[in-house]
Design a protein around this ligand. Sequence first.
Ligand code: ACO
Length: 332
Amino acid sequence: MRRSRILGLGKALPDRVVSNFDLEKLMDTSDEWIRQRSGIAERRHVVPGRETTSGLAVKAAKAALDDAGVEARDLDLIVAATLNPDYFFPGIGVFVQEALGCDTIGALDLRTQCTGFIYGLSVADQFIRTGTYERVLVVGAEIQSTALDFSTRGRDVAVLFGDGAGAAVVGASEDEDRGILDTRLHSEGKYAKELWLEAPSAMIPRHEELAEGLTPRWYPAMNGRRVFTHAVRRFTEAIGEGLEATGFKPADIGLLVPHQANLRITEAIGKALELAPEQVYSNIHRYGNTTAASIPIALTEAVEEGRIAAGDLVVLAAFGSGFTWGSAVIRW
Ligand code: ACO
């Protein structure tokens, strides 16, 4: 049976480090509150106007192509995930295609927020397993910082998120026992408004929307407690489904690389699945929650740190706005 596997990984992080102490100067918050509730110590923010979401995506993509030893012209498809594209339309995929100098290949933008990379990986896996394509670029890129409210009013959301990008080149696996074994995708639109950004809206004529001025609708809003409860449940379910479909148990996991939502969520998942700390990867203290970019950044760093070896069972899982969630089980 033809399978796909990750041929190479890459990441791109803006240079500007923003610590919890830096945020204390902007809003009524504290390093202690942020660390205790989320595990985050610092995150990266772009210099507005100088770095773009597609620009971060391109940097991560180039690193992934280098790592894979694949030329951009040999890509067959680009799948790009972001919740804050350079422009309302078109999506960032076409800018990535142009900057990489690819042929006129397809560029597909995904809007599944924190679950974007899992959805992208699943799309790439389907195209490769069916033999339609040989090499697909999956990239998650986010600039959160330009869309957050850094006054005390927006503190519940603003302290959690950071900027960055991560990418994977996915290609055919020469060994049918290795590669992406299973992906699972889910959504539940009933909870769309529990974590969302309302404006700009196609339901309101632009002139009316602009006359209203800058209101909270222009900033992301989150029901933190509801997100927390659903996240722990759905992460755990998605991982369980993937393991069941592939005949493995939590004890077989070499490394779980979850979407870096919040350290408390990650710890709750580890506890629910009875995983040992060394089975779970976390780098949220350095970057905060980078939504669609968090899994490929974490995966890149886990490989760099020697936490993943050939033959290991690697499980990816995500949950986020939508609500959307999913998992991927990979034999590395
Ligand atoms: N600094 C200081 N105080 C704050 C901050 C802040 N940055 N943000 C909120 N608060 C205050 C609130 O105003 C509230 O004050 P009040 O009690 O006077 O009204 C109080 O802190 C809330 O405190 P807690 O109830 O202890 O907060 P809680 O334990 O619910 O934690 C949190 C809030 C961290 C948002 C939690 O609900 C959570 O982790 N939710 C998950 C959200 C998440 O991780 N989202 C990530 C994005 S989604 C995803 O990727 C899956």
